[in-house]
Design a protein around this ligand. Structure first.
Ligand code: NDP
Length: 326
């Protein structure tokens, strides 16, 4: 009998709520592709689903992206066939088999390994769509990227450099800042010495101390106030995550002090249609092929060690991407 291991949660909590269970192999419905997973990517959002920060219906099959080989296809699927190498961004990805709507599945380019494909999709699409649509980075801009040595952070740094921006990178240690620099960051700021210090350091790296054109912030609660302070007049605040906790409610009047634009984007709403998903996936793969985007895999874990991967990413001990091998 074919087995299908899947990571499920039945309640919210710490890593102890992660369960590795056997579930039936799904049958692909109309428009769906059944994928045999080779690798799945670890994303911070999996932590939010586990802890309950993002509301979900329980039980919930965890995981947000994976790469593997098409096993079979449902009615009406013409773009994919058994044997194709594909990558997807669906929840439930920590499973040997997953049925995924074809609109969020892409072919893996010939020269990519499945491991690299699983490492790049969600964080890469997040970074790319935010740099194009949340605030369209232009040559000559100076932007701030928080947690710049993290998975999404390292991609933001590299793509922003490819777009011609000057990048100020923050992280919590010199070792992490060195990694951000090796991926192209221009200025490095350790934000673990308190808000006043990092705010002053960031401003000192901007023209006439006026501030940055845009802040890309996946840290959330701990950096929100400081981010408003380092923005230039008419700057854009892209708040896209909560690694330190959700941003506290605040009075929108504060934006008027400098006419700041504030966005709270999620990648799924930028790559919602098949056309959007295909367009941005192809753009992302082009950056990798052109050598402008290096995929930095921190560690590849066995599925049985997923709880360790969660502990590692929550414990701030990782840089780049964590991958699970199935
Ligand atoms: P990362 O690899 O970036 O890991 C999170 C990083 O956040 C850590 O390495 C750490 O870097 C930093 N951090 C700051 N404060 C804390 C804290 N209190 N606890 C833990 N980490 C902290 O993860 P991802 O690349 O997967 O995700 C980064 C952010 O982007 C997350 O907030 C995630 O939710 C968000 N995201 C949002 C998406 C969207 O659609 N809106 C899609 C994908 C990601 P350091 O030690 O340097 O501070």
């Amino acid at each position: 009998m074919t087995t299908n291991r899947a990571v499920q949660i039945f309640k919210h909590g710490g890593v102890e709520v992660l369960q590795l269970n056997q579930i039936p192999v799904p049958t692909p419905g109309p428009g769906e592709v059944l994928i045999k997973t080779a690798y799945a990517g670890v994303n911070y959002v999996d932590v939010y689903y586990r802890t309950g920060l993002y509301p979900i219906a329980l039980p919930f099959n965890l995981g947000s992206e994976g790469a593997g080989i098409v096993e079979s296809v449902g009615a009406g699927v013409t773009k994919f066939k058994p044997g194709d190498h594909v990558v997807h961004m669906s929840t439930g990805a920590y499973a040997d088999f997953i049925a995924v709507p074809q609109k969020i599945v892409a072919h893996v380019p010939e020269d990519f390994s499945l491991e690299v494909a699983a490492a790049i999709l969600v964080q890469g699409l997040t970074a790319l769509t935010m740099l194009r649509e949340s605030y369209e980075v232009k040559k000559g801009d100076t932007i701030l990227v928080h947690a710049a040595a993290g998975g999404t952070g390292l991609i933001l740094v590299q793509l922003a450099k490819a777009l011609g921006a000057t990048v100020i990178a923050t992280a919590s240690s010199q070792e992490k800042l060195d990694i951000a620099k090796a991926h192209g960051a221009d200025y490095l700021v350790n934000y673990s010495h308190g808000e006043e210090q990092w705010v002053n350091e960031v401003l000192a790296h901007t023209k006439d101390g006026e501030g940055v054109e845009a802040v890309y912030d996946g840290v959330g609660k701990a950096t929100f106030d400081g981010g408003l302070k380092v923005l230039k007049r008419k700057g854009t605040f892209v708040s896209f995550g909560n690694a330190s906790g959700a941003v506290d409610p605040f009075k929108i009047n504060r934006l008027g002090e400098k006419n700041i634009k504030l966005l709270r984007p999620r990648v799924f709403a930028y790559v919602y249609t098949q056309e959007e998903f295909e367009y941005y996936s192809n753009e992302l793969f082009k950056y990798v092929k052109a050598g402008q985007l290096k995929v930095n895999i921190h560690k590849t874990y066995a599925l049985e060690d997923l709880s360790q991967a969660h502990r590692d990413i929550e414990g701030r001990g990782t840089t780049g991407k964590l991958v699970i091998k199935l």
